[in-house]
Design a protein around this ligand. Structure first.
Ligand code: ADP
Ligand code: MG
Length: 398
C-alpha cells in the first residue's frame, strides 16, 4: 500500500538531490550531496566521476530523507525524476533509480525538465515555513544557472513563452570562467562574490568604478544575453595589468595582487548583475507582470538579489527568489515541477530516457525548426549536446 508523498530525484549535473514533498509545494524532507569538492581539482565537472558519485550517493540520500521526514517507502505515492537537460551519464543514474523505485512500489513516475524545476523552486515551502500565496500570474521568470540563462513569460502553470536567452555563455558559466581567469578556483560564482565583497558591501556600486568598469552587452532592446565579450574584456584587463607589472600573461591570473583581483571580481559581478537585473525588470514592466520569479545557481548571488528586490519594489511587482539552497540544484525543485506535471495527467513509462538537451521554450514563431548556432561556443555546445543525445538514443535508454 502506498501513501501520498512525492519522491523526487535530481542527478543531472554535480549534485545528487533527493526530496519528499507533501502536495505540490511542501518539502517534508530533503538531502543534497554536492560533488563540488570532487571536481574542484579539475576546475570543472568530470562527467564519468559525476555519474559514479550519483550512484554512490542516491541510496544514502534516500535513507536520510526518509528518516528526516519520519516516513517509509510505503508513504511514497509517486516518483519524479530529472530526465534532462544535463550530463547523460549522470541523468541515466537518476532515471534508472527512479524507474526501479516506481516500478517496485507500483506508483506513477514522471520525467521532469531540470529547467522547469529551477523555475518551480519559487513555489516551494520549507518544512515548518508558514503558508504563503503562490506566485501570481502573469509572471516573468529568469533562470540563471551554470548551463542556462533565459527569460520566459508565464501566464499559467507549465506554459512558457521565451522572451530571451543567452547567445553564448550561461551566466554561471561566465562566473566560472572569470573565477578561473582571476585564479579564484571553482565554482567561480561564490568565489567572485566573496572576492568582490572585499571591495565593498554588497549592493553598493564599487564594481562600477570608472577605472575598473567592464562592458555590458545590451544587444539592443532584445531580452537576449551575451557574456562572452565580457569574459574577453576581463582576460585582456588581467593580461594588461600583468604586463604592466612586467609579469607574463597566464591563464590563472592568480599573480595579480589581491586588491586588484577583488576590484576586477567586483567589476565583473556588477556587469553581469546589471544586465540580468535590468532586462528582467524591463520585461516585467513591459508585460505587466504581477510577479518576478528567479531560479538557478546564480540566483543565490546577493548583489543580484538586492538589485532585483529594489527594482521590483519600485515597480510594485512581487519578487520570489528561493533561498540559496533551493536555487542551486536540488531534488525538491524537481518535485515541485513533477507534482504539477502529474496533476496535469502526465506520466512516464518504462521507456523514459535521458535528454542531454531539452529547451523549456523556444523563440516565438520558430518552433522546432529553429536553426542551430553555426559559430562560436554556442555552436560547439550545441554539437556536443546533439552528439550526446544521439549517443543516448542509439544506446537505447529504456
Ligand atoms: P546547473 O544546473 O547548470 O548545474 P546550478 O543551478 O547548480 O547550475 O548553478 C551552478 C552555477 O551557479 C555555477 O556556475 C556557479 O558559479 C553559480 N553560482 C553559485 N552561487 C553563485 C553566486 N553567489 N554568485 C554567482 N554565481 C553563483
Ligand atoms: Mg541546475
Amino acid at each position: 500500500m502506498s501513501g501520498g508523498l512525492l519522491l523526487a530525484i535530481e542527478s543531472s549535473c554535480d549534485e545528487t538531490g533527493v526530496a519528499l514533498l507533501d502536495g505540490p509545494r511542501r518539502i517534508v524532507g530533503q538531502a543534497v550531496a554536492s560533488q563540488v569538492a570532487l571536481h574542484a581539482g579539475a576546475g570543472g565537472i568530470v562527467p564519468e566521476l559525476a555519474a559514479r558519485a550519483h550512484l554512490r550517493w542516491l541510496d544514502p540520500s534516500l535513507d536520510e530523507v526518509l528518516a528526516d521526514a519520519g516516513a517509509t517507502l510505503d508513504d511514497v505515492g509517486s516518483v519524479a525524476v530529472t530526465a534532462g537537460p544535463g550530463l547523460v551519464g549522470s541523468l541515466l543514474v537518476g532515471v534508472s533509480y527512479a524507474k526501479a523505485l516506481a516500478w517496485g512500489l507500483g506508483v506513477p513516475l514522471v520525467g521532469v525538465n531540470h529547467l522547469e524545476g529551477h523555475l518551480y523552486a519559487a513555489w516551494l515551502l520549507d518544512p515548518g515555513e508558514p503558508d504563503r500565496p503562490e506566485p501570481a500570474f502573469p509572471l516573468v521568470a529568469l533562470v540563471v544557472s551554470g548551463g542556462h540563462t533565459f527569460l520566459v513569460e508565464m501566464r499559467d502553470h507549465l506554459s512558457y513563452r521565451l522572451l530571451g536567452e543567452t547567445v553564448d555563455d550561461a551566466a554561471g558559466e561566465a562566473f566560472d570562467k572569470a573565477g578561473r581567469l582571476l585564479g579564484l578556483g571553482y565554482p567561480g560564482g561564490p568565489a567572485i562574490a566573496q572576492a568582490a565583497r572585499e571591495v565593498a558591501a554588497p549592493g553598493t556600486a564599487a564594481g562600477d568604478s570608472p577605472t575598473d568598469r567592464l562592458p555590458r552587452a545590451w544587444l539592443g532592446t532584445s531580452y537576449d544575453f551575451s557574456f562572452s565579450g565580457l569574459k574577453t574584456a576581463l582576460r585582456r584587463r588581467v593580461e594588461a595589468e600583468l604586463a604592466a607589472d612586467g609579469l607574463p600573461a597566464s591563464e590563472a591570473g592568480g599573480r595579480l595582487g589581491a586588491s586588484r583581483v577583488a576590484a576586477l571580481a567586483a567589476a565583473f559581478e556588477e556587469s553581469v548583475v546589471d544586465v540580468l537585473a535590468t532586462k528582467t525588470l524591463r520585461a516585467a514592466e513591459a508585460l505587466g507582470a504581477r510577479t518576478i520569479v528567479v531560479g538557478g545557481g546564480v540566483a543565490s548571488n546577493a548583489l543580484l538579489r538586492g538589485r532585483l528586490a529594489a527594482g521590483a519594489a519600485g515597480l510594485e511587482v512581487d519578487l520570489v527568489m528561493p533561498r540559496p539552497g533551493l536555487c542551486t540544484d536540488n531534488g525538491a525543485m524537481i518535485g515541485a515541477a513533477g507534482a504539477r506535471r502529474l496533476a496535469a495527467g502526465e506520466t512516464a513509462g518504462p521507456d523514459l530516457g535521458a535528454r542531454a538537451s531539452w529547451p523549456l521554450a523556444r523563440p516565438a514563431g520558430t518552433p522546432d525548426s529553429r536553426r542551430p548556432p553555426t559559430r562560436g561556443g554556442a555552436a560547439r555546445a550545441y554539437a556536443r549536446a546533439r552528439d550526446a543525445e544521439a549517443d543516448a538514443a542509439g544506446r537505447g535508454t529504456g
